[in-house]
Design a protein. Structure first.
Length: 617
């Protein structure tokens, strides 16, 4: 019994599928047929070629010899189809033998869905009259002859039955046919148009469908007196034609765009694959340095699904995380737009070689497909930028002694990169944002995404494009006219950082319209050159000396040409010495007029007057 209940639903399902398939096959056969100049569709159907549901009862059309189509009417009357007007619901018919009156005795439309199109139907009587007896009538009423039934010996004439016959007809020899009980169209017996009969139909009424360009069909429940519209309207077909024309015109362009897009995707995937291979090979070579490798799932777990965002830079976003042993870390998730992975290789390759108190320590990394991340030790006080760029009304958070210690630590970290590693490392992005501070405010250099490694014997490095942050980039990095790119490029960036630490503000303020009021380094130089004190927030004489020392060292470091700048080792000696032993450097802005605006290097202000002092005091 249980199996019966399993089989029956399955049987009914297959039965339903079979019925639907059969219905679809039948509907496929009901498509419009074209026979010579005439289309055959609902309510007509081709008998023997299309199923019954394709047409309406009484609208059967079949083929005769010579491929003529005939409409089958009651009493076995078959008339040739001349034309069908589906919108007006009329049909033109003729006799296959060319003599339509021969069909008159059997033409009974009472059991047919058709009717005559005119309203002036009459009852007619047909007479046979010899030419001798009917010569007068023949001449008088030529239009009442039926040529196809007449001969040279006699004429077949008609007259309405409700009219009194002419005397000449009374004298006719005999009545050939009496069809007074049949109502026919007057034109049907006319000798000029007697070969065609015009019929119309009222049911099924498809005029509403035809008026909007749609077709008619029987409803799916197969009720004979129920029809419905199907197909698209003329407006929809016109819209399709327009879309087709647009497609033909724009098709090649769209195809080209698609092919171009596929090509770009292919190139991107290929580049990503090559980058992944390059990274894996690089990591294999650096495995001896034993940095920890994490999966992307580990990175999400460490950062608690990237919950605590610390900051965001050009090459990635930094999140706060926690290792399993409760050690806080900073996780830098790299952006995916750099498919080559160059910044990842630069940073891992640089950090694996570095072990210095003033450089952030790389704990581990993630290289999981195109997901890449770097795990660093966590710096409690975040970046130096947070403490030197403060509002005018706020107190300086760090104090001048701490600023001097931070400057010294940064200098020692950069000098280690240049000369303390197996290979020389040029950072190319020294700025306050990339100087992190631990819980004791000890500085640590971070973000080696733009770094380049070269041998210590190499006097200069080749670069295909400028790298760094505008405002800290050395002139030679932007234009080789000012010299070769060496470790002195980092010295320039360090000098700009020192001047910002002194001023407590950015050297270039993009929000101010007048350059002469915002270029702080030249303002500092002008003060020192005139022997004036720096009019900035100074609490005592010792702090003034520190500020003056940092400013002088910064100005030495930003000399326009690399050869005029000190090395980082020399800069450290200046920071460790007394301010009185330092001399004011040459004007670093005397060569700025040679720099073109297109190089995007800060130019010397046109106005040599000092900026508004209230901004700095």
């Amino acid at each position: 019994m249980e199996s019966f209940f399993k089989v029956v639903p399955l049987f009914l399902f297959f039965l339903l599928i079979a019925n639907v398939s059969e219905l679809k096959a039948a509907q496929q056969k009901c498509q419009t047929k074209r026979c010579k100049h005439q289309t055959i569709r609902f309510p007509f159907r081709l008998k023997g070629l299309q199923p019954d549901l394709c047409g309406y009862p009484g609208f059967d059309i079949s083929y005769m010899d010579k491929k003529q189509m005939v409409l089958e009417l009651p009493q076995n009357v078959k008339l040739v189809v001349k034309h069908i007007d589906y919108r007006a619901q009329t049909i033109q018919l003729s006799d296959p033998g060319g003599c339509l009156p021969l069909q008159l005795p059997n033409l009974n439309l009472s059991a047919s869905p058709f009717q005559f199109t005119t309203n002036y139907a009459h009852k007619y009587t047909v007479f046979n009259c010899s030419r001798e007896e009917n010569w007068f009538y023949e001449y008088k009423d030529e239009q009442n002859k039926i040529p196809c039934l007449s001969s040279p010996e006699f004429q077949v004439l008609t007259t309405p039955s409700d009219f009194s016959p002419d005397f000449s007809l009374v004298n006719c020899s005999r009545i050939l046919l009496n069809i007074s009980d049949i109502a026919v169209d007057e034109d049907m017996l006319h000798y000029k148009t007697g070969d065609i009969v015009h019929l119309s139909w009222s049911e099924p009424n498809c005029r509403k469908c035809e008026a909007v360009g749609r077709k008619c069909k029987l409803r799916n429940d197969n009720l004979q007196d129920e029809i419905e519209c199907c197909g698209t309207t003329k407006k929809q077909r016109d819209r399709r034609k327009i879309l087709l024309a647009i497609g033909i015109i724009l098709g090649p362009c769209l195809l080209g765009l698609i092919l171009f897009g596929l090509y770009r995707i292919h190139r991107s995937l290929k580049a990503a694959k090559e980058a992944q291979f390059k990274i894996e090979k690089f990591l294999e070579d650096y495995r001896v340095l034993k940095p920890s490798r994490y999966s992307y799932a580990d990175i999400k777990r460490i950062t608690d699904q990237f919950k605590d965002k610390l900051g965001e830079g050009a090459y990635g976003t930094v999140f706060k995380g926690r290792l399993s042993n409760d050690v806080l870390v900073a996780v830098k998730v790299l952006n995916n737009f750099n498919a080559t992975g160059e910044e990842f290789i630069n940073e891992v390759g640089s950090m694996c070689r570095i072990h210095h108190v003033n450089v952030t320590r790389l704990i581990g990394f993630c290289a999981d497909g195109n997901k890449r991340a770097l795990v660093y030790e966590y710096m409690l006080n975040e970046s130096l930028e947070k403490f030197i760029f403060v509002a005018k009304e706020e107190d300086h958070h760090l104090g001048w002694e701490k600023l001097q210690d931070i400057a010294m630590g940064i200098a020692k970290g950069i000098e280690y990169l240049h000369h303390g590693c197996d290979q020389q490392i040029l950072h190319f992005d020294i700025k306050p944002h990339n100087i992190l501070l631990d819980k004791n405010f000890n500085p640590k250099i971070s973000d080696f995404g733009l770094a380049k490694l070269c041998s210590k014997e190499q006097s200069a490095v080749s670069m295909t494009a400028a790298r760094g942050t505008m405002g800290y980039i050395a002139p030679e990095v932007l234009s080789r006219n000012f010299g070769k790119v060496t470790h002195k490029s980092d010295v320039y960036s360090f000098g700009m950082l020192l001047l910002e630490m002194v001023g407590g503000r950015k050297n270039i303020d993009a929000t101010v319209g007048s350059t002469s009021q915002v270029y702080f380094p030249e303002w500092v130089y002008n003060c020192l050159d005139r022997g004036e004190e720096l009019r900035i927030r100074i609490e005592n004489e010792e702090h003034a000396k520190i500020a003056r020392k940092l400013a002088i060292v910064g100005l030495w470091c930003i000399q326009w040409y690399p050869a005029d700048r000190p090395s980082m080792k020399a800069a450290i000696h200046m920071l460790e010495g007394e301010v009185d032993s330092l001399t004011v450097p040459p004007n670093p802005f005397s060569h700025a007029d040679a720099v073109q605006t297109s190089a995007n290097i800060p130019r010397k202000p046109n106005n040599r007057e000092l900026p508004v002092i209230s901004e700095l005091e």
